[in-house]
Design a protein around this ligand. Sequence first.
Ligand SMILES: [Fe+2]
Ligand SMILES: [Fe+2]
Length: 215
Amino acid sequence: MHLLPSRSLQLSRLFSLLSQGERLAHRCAAQQSRLMTAEGNTAYAKFFKQQSRQELFHARVFDSTVLWLANGKAAAQCKHFNTYTKNIDRALDQGALAESVLATQVILESIGKLVLEGIDVRMERQSFGLKRIRATILAQEAKHHEFGQSELLTLMRNTNISITTMQHLSQHYLDLANKMFDELAPIFDDLGADIDSYKKRLGNEVPIALRANCA
Ligand SMILES: [Fe+2]
Ligand SMILES: [Fe+2]
């Protein structure tokens, strides 16, 4: 694929951020697996363990992409992503499983999926290569996200957390995600991505019962 140098730099910044998201998901899923093992839920523990391994693989693929695109000189920082990370770490420290699944498997996975699908269309158009690996990553992300969506209500029942609390948490993480998109707008603009559409679609990825206006 031939890209303008500025576009190549922005794309590598985006992959650097995606890699940070993958490492967060890797760490989070490993901790979720430990929490589930402690609760004797071996099926969930196994799913999270496998997810954790897959996220590390995704992070390594994206790290290589950054190296390839910009010789690894494109490390990007996102203040609101760091806040998002701290929130997930706090939830995990408190053993708040339902919150961690909402923040990671439901919302963080959706952010990754939206961005990756957006880039994927462009990569395909420009014969970027890595077709099979891109398809594998997207399929694995879809499974993580489906798990989060389908199991979240069960986890809420098991942990006795109220719908109202989860609705507030859902709004809180969506607000943070929207701030991330706004903070990264210059990168998305340069790549021709539509962040308003990302924000709208992200809100629809949260289960209906957890949307704030359902209170
Ligand atoms: Fe991933
Ligand atoms: Fe994932």
